[in-house]
Design a protein. Structure first.
Length: 95
């Protein structure tokens, strides 16, 4: 009974993961460089042993940050840019 339940993906995490990757690759709002950086980061997370669901959440968070808060490629962001992003996110959640 145990192995059968362990293999069932009742939350459809595999499909959620694939949809998240597809959103990144299909996005017209992300620069090609940010797409590459996000997908490269996902590979590092995989090698670190993070689950598919955790990797999907991280990729989606980076996608939303790039679209809504960061107006440049991640590799060009300065410390000030990152502090501004954090400030904007914190301001939204403080309301």
């Amino acid at each position: 009974m145990g192995p059968i339940l362990a293999s069932r993906d009742i939350y459809n995490n595999d499909a959620r993961y694939e949809r998240c990757k597809q959103k990144i690759t299909d996005s017209t709002q992300l620069s090609q460089k940010n797409k590459e950086l996000i997908l490269s980061f996902e590979k590092v997370c995989f090698l670190e042993g993070l689950s598919k669901l955790r990797r999907a959440k991280l990729m989606d968070a980076l996608r939303l940050i790039a679209i809504n808060y960061m107006k440049k490629d991640f590799d060009k962001a300065t410390e000030k840019d990152l502090k501004d992003v954090i400030y904007k996110i914190e301001q939204r959640s403080a309301v």
